[in-house]
Design a protein around this ligand. Structure first.
Ligand SMILES: [Zn+2]
Length: 59
């Protein structure tokens, strides 16, 4: 857990504005969407790796 006063998008260091349409601590909607997209990608990659491992085990 970090308590930095920055946008939660790791590649962005702007000040978060909060409120408005942002559910978290992002400086802008594009940053929020990008962050969600990265998280979704990571989840998908993990699922793919698990499925592949299972196939190699012959299950
Ligand atoms: Zn940002």
């Amino acid at each position: 857990m970090t308590d930095r006063d920055e946008c939660r998008n790791l590649s962005c260091s702007n000040e978060p504005r909060g409120g408005g349409g942002f559910s978290g601590r992002f400086c802008s909607t594009p940053c929020e969407l990008k962050y969600e997209h990265v998280r979704a990608d990571a989840r998908q990659a993990e699922r793919d790796a698990r499925r592949q491992a299972r196939q190699e085990d012959g299950l």
